[in-house]
Write a protein that binds this ligand. Structure first.
Ligand code: DP6
Length: 360
C-alpha cells in the first residue's frame, strides 16, 4: 500500500546544471465520474476513464540551476508567448508538490506549453497540462536520481498530476485508468491513477470519442466549485456508493465486451453527474439546449439502427460520443447529417482511446 510519504525523496546522488525535457500528455474522458473531493485532492469516490489520443498538451521544460533564494522561479509560455494568467495555478502547484520535489527552488524553469486542440474549444486543458508538466518534472528527478524505477516514475508522475488537478492523474498512462481505492481493482489508490489491471475486450480496441463542441469558452461554474458543493450535498453518500457499484459493473463490461451494459452505465454516470449539479446548493446547470437535442438524437439513432453509440458529458455542455471502431463510417455520417447542426460553428473533434504521455 502506497502512502504519500513514499513520494518524498531522500538525497539526490547526481547534480544537473541545465537542460530541457519535452513531453506530451493527453486529455481523458471519465466513464465513472470523479465528483467530490477532500484535502489534499483525494477523491470522494473512485473513477475510471479512457485516455485520449489526439487532444493533448505538449510541454517543454527548460531548467537551469540557480541559487536557492527561498522562492520559486519560472517563466510560463503558452504557444511561445508569455502567459501571466497561467502562472498562479503553476505557483500553487509548485507549493503543493515542493515537499515531494525538493529541488524545485534550486532551478529556474521555462515552461513552454501548447495544446493540440483549438483554443477555447471548451476542452479543459488542466488534466493534460498538469500531467505533461508532472512527467517533465519526473524526468528531472530521474536525472538527479537515475536509479528511480519505471514503476516509481509513473506512479509519482500521476501522484504529482493529481495534486495539480484530480483528473490529471488519469492522463499520465493509457488506455483505461482507474483513480481511487476500489475493492474490485487490485492496486487502486486514492493517491494516483493505475492502469486497468485486466484485459479489455477487443471490441474496445481503438474505441472512438468524437467531441461535439456545443459551447466554447470558459465554463460558468468551475469543476473545483462543483466538487466543493458535494460536501453537504443531500445525495452525496448515495452517489459515492453508486460510483463504487458502477465501477464494478463497468469493469465487467470492459472485460466481457458487453456494450449494452457499458452504454447504460456510461450514460447514467453522465446524467448523474449533471443531476448532482442541479441538486446542489447553490444549484446550477451546465448543459445547454443543444446538449439535450444531441442526446435525444443519439437515443433515436441508437433505437433505429441498433448501433452501439452512446454519450458522456464532463463538467460542461459538450457531448462526447463514444463508439467502437467498426461503426466509424456510419456514425460520422450520422454526425454530419444530424448533429453538426447543434454544434457551435458546426465544430467537432475526432479522438480515440490512447496510450498516455509521450516523450520527445
Ligand atoms: C466532471 O479534475 O477538473 O471531469 O480536481 O478540482 O482540478 P479538480 O477537478 P477536475 O474535475 C473533473 C471532473 C469531471 C469528472 C472526471 O473527470 O472524472
Amino acid at each position: 500500500m502506497s502512502k504519500d510519504t513514499d513520494f518524498i525523496p531522500s538525497d539526490y546522488p547526481e547534480t544537473v546544471a541545465s537542460g530541457s525535457f519535452e513531453w506530451s500528455a493527453p486529455s481523458n474522458i471519465a466513464l465513472v465520474k470523479y465528483w467530490g473531493k477532500f484535502e489534499p485532492q483525494l477523491p470522494a469516490n473512485p473513477s475510471v476513464s479512457f485516455t485520449l489520443d489526439t487532444c493533448k498538451t505538449v510541454t517543454k521544460l527548460e531548467y537551469k540551476k540557480r541559487l536557492n533564494d527561498g522562492n520559486f522561479s519560472f517563466d510560463l509560455l503558452f504557444e511561445g508567448q508569455p502567459k501571466e494568467d497561467f502562472k498562479p495555478k503553476i505557483l500553487k502547484f509548485f507549493e503543493r508538490v515542493e515537499i515531494y520535489l525538493p529541488f524545485l527552488k534550486a532551478y529556474h524553469f521555462t515552461i513552454d506549453t501548447r495544446n493540440t486542440f483549438p483554443h477555447s474549444s471548451g476542452i479543459a486543458s488542466s488534466a493534460s497540462g498538469m500531467a505533461a508538466l508532472s512527467v517533465n518534472l519526473m524526468s528531472l528527478e530521474k536525472a538527479l536520481d537515475p536509479k528511480i524505477s519505471d514503476d516509481h516514475f509513473w506512479k509519482k508522475a500521476s501522484f504529482l498530476a493529481r495534486l495539480g488537478s484530480g483528473s490529471a492523474c488519469r492522463s499520465v498512462k493509457g488506455e483505461v485508468v482507474v483513480w481511487g481505492k476500489h475493492a474490485g481493482i487490485p492496486g487502486s489508490s486514492d493517491l494516483f491513477g493505475v492502469e486497468f489491471p485486466f484485459d479489455v475486450h477487443p471490441d474496445f480496441r481503438n474505441f472512438q470519442d468524437t467531441i461535439l463542441l456545443v459551447e466554447k469558452g470558459q465554463k460558468e461554474v468551475s469543476s473545483t466549485v462543483g466538487h466543493e458543493l458535494m460536501a453537504g450535498h443531500p445525495f452525496a453518500e448515495t452517489r459515492f456508493e453508486q460510483a463504487h457499484s458502477n465501477l464494478d459493473k463497468i469493469r465487467n463490461a470492459l472485460v466481457s465486451g458487453d456494450l449494452e451494459h457499458f452504454i447504460s452505465i456510461v450514460e447514467s454516470e453522465a446524467l448523474t453527474l449533471h443531476a448532482m449539479m442541479m441538486t446542489s446548493n447553490p444549484y446550477f446547470i451546465l448543459m445547454k439546449p443543444n446538449t439535450l437535442e444531441i442526446i435525444n438524437r443519439i437515443w433515436k439513432f441508437r433505437r433505429e439502427t441498433g448501433l452501439p453509440v452512446c454519450f458522456t458529458l464532463d463538467a460542461g455542455a459538450n457531448v462526447h460520443l463514444l463508439y467502437p471502431e467498426n461503426v466509424v463510417e456510419k456514425v460520422l455520417q450520422f454526425i454530419k447529417d444530424e448533429l453538426v447542426a447543434y454544434c457551435k460553428n458546426g465544430e467537432y473533434l475526432c479522438d480515440r482511446i490512447g496510450s498516455g504521455a509521450q516523450n520527445f
